[in-house]
Design a binder for this molecule. Structure first.
Ligand code: ADE
Length: 243
């Protein structure tokens, strides 16, 4: 999968994605992150890409021309691509959206700065507007790397085979069960006996129940959307009594 990022700060993207799981996925060519500096498409000798807003008001607005030309450079005559504009006005990013976007072969992420982007280029090239949460950042770059991280880890092969994304929080609208590793005793607390019992059916049952209890306590809103068996529902009903 290829992520093209249109940005005034390509180092913010390149540096962030160069580490850990995503860095390895890039090195092994499972994904490609192609940062394009919008300033390279400035059409004046001062390399200026912003200007005062028509109608007045604070701050500067990114001009449409350099963004449009940077986008056109990706097309080289071929068909249009899906272009996500990172903006607090967009639809809030979530795991479902990450899964859907992971099916794309290519994605263009457009990062704004200053007071915004000239509306005409947004109308012309943007297919999706996405926010990473209800707060205002200084630019779209941090949002873009959040999206790249969440989407890229769903691309087959990016997580190791025993590091699967099937069982994790949100993938089935349940939070993940608690995990333990060595030492068996820590600050007087023992690992739950069941996990050292070697009885896999009981361990799976215990983990399922822990997921249900956690979701009930921390994110009860998720339970409405979760796929629950009759046994799960009975367990939740009994557990809710104690809460
Ligand atoms: N740019 C500024 N704020 C943002 C947000 N919350 N999400 C995505 N992009 C942004």
């Amino acid at each position: 999968m290829i992520f093209h990022v249109l940005t005034l700060f390509p180092e913010m993207i390149d540096e962030t994605v160069s580490h850990s799981v995503i860095g390895r996925a890039i090195n092994s060519e499972l994904i490609n992150v192609n940062s394009i500096n919008i300033r390279d498409y400035a059409n004046n000798k001062h390399n200026q890409v912003d200007d005062y807003p028509y109608g007045g008001g604070p701050g500067m607005v990114m001009q449409p021309g350099p963004i449009y030309d940077a986008y056109q450079s990706l097309l080289n005559g071929k068909e249009k691509k899906r272009v996500v504009f990172l903006t607090p006005q967009g639809k809030t990013f979530n795991q479902k959206m990450a899964k859907e976007l992971a099916k794309e072969e290519e994605l263009v992420l457009l990062c704004g700065h200053y007071e915004g982007i000239d509306e005409r280029v947004i109308e012309e090239i943007v297919t999706d507007e996405v926010s990473i949460g209800d707060y205002v950042l200084t630019g779209g770059e941090l949002g873009a790397v959040v999206m790249i991280d969440a989407i890229a880890r769903l691309v087959p092969g990016v997580l190791g085979s025993d590091d699967s994304s099937v069982d994790e929080s949100f993938s089935n609208n349940l939070l993940e069960y608690p995990q333990y590793t060595r030492p068996k005793e820590f600050l007087g607390k023992s690992v739950p006996d069941i996990l050292t019992s070697g009885h896999h059916a009981n361990i799976n049952k215990w983990r399922r129940e822990q997921s249900l209890i956690r979701t009930l306590k921390k994110r009860p809103d998720l339970l409405d959307k979760a796929d629950l068996s009759e046994e799960d529902q009975r367990f939740i009903k009994n557990s809710s009594k104690g809460l």
